[in-house]
Write a new protein. Sequence first.
Lengths: 73, 297
Amino acid sequence: MSSATWRNFFTYNKYAQITARAVRQSLKESERVVAEKRGTTALKYQRWENGVGGPQVFLNPEEDKKVGKSAAV
Amino acid sequence: MLARRSLARIATQSSPLGAAPKNARNMATLREIELRLKSVKNIEKITKSMKMIASTKLAKAQRAMQSGKQYGLANSEIFQHAPSENPAKRKLFIVVSSDKGLCGGIHSSVSKATRRAIASTEKPIDADSPIMVIGDKSKMQLSRVLGKNLAMSFNQIGRDIPTFADAAGVADLIVKSDVKYDGISIVYNKFISAVSYEPDVVEVVGENALKESAGFRAYEMEDDVTKDLAEFSLANAIYAALVEAHACEQSARRNAMDNASKNAKDMIDRLTMQYNRGRQAAITNELVDIITGASAL
């Protein structure tokens, strides 16, 4: 476990969100719909310098695809 | 009251040019009152429906708050056993509010608490402590007063029950941003009851302070895992604060809309009285005219 290299790229929270997303997408359809609601976030943020705000940026830029379960062929 | 009205009529009769026809002043007033009455009735409908919506949302928000609070309590257990030796000088303030208004004093209470904390003399902290704001309303209030301290702001949280994904996103951005701090204070509204709330501050220990505390050193954790723990506990604390603040906001909005509906109802009663009296006075005046006219024949 100490050889995990993901720490070089993102924080633990991001790691947890990625794994959570993987688990959610692997659930049965009915459970998945319920779980997806718990994982939605439309967060926007902006940096401030000297009392002036920068542009507002989406944390997860909207991609119009819905990753559903694909059948294992 | 009739004498007063006739006096008023005599006064208008004796005014020089441009005297409106006798009943015109009363009629114009009547029209105005009618318009006001209609608009206040509409407002009362709107505030009543907003109150209904807020009460249904409050039930759901309170349930989420009960379960979310457990995260916060479990989270703070560690810090109770690992208190930091030296008090933090440079604190990062995370102010939790929301984007929508019409909820009473929610946003200003949190902004005021932040200003008090920064200006406090009993636990002095750096005057340029960074502030990060969640929610547009508090952001606007704080940017006017403490604009130099603002480091980052977040919005689009609070439309629905806050999710852990929101909190993790915020914590992620905070850690990735290169803002320096010794400790973190989360300022949010604590839910006391369905009719009252008050601003509260929750301390989250930063990674370095955690490593140095005596209770923690007894365990010889790896640095990596300590960093993970610090980040995760920050996300937990933010999540607990978010759900509680959301519940407070819904309850405050319900109370505010309730008060607004009550006030609107009072106004409607008052205006209706005024309208009816005006209407009856106009009728009586016409009758008087007719009768004096008839008696002159």
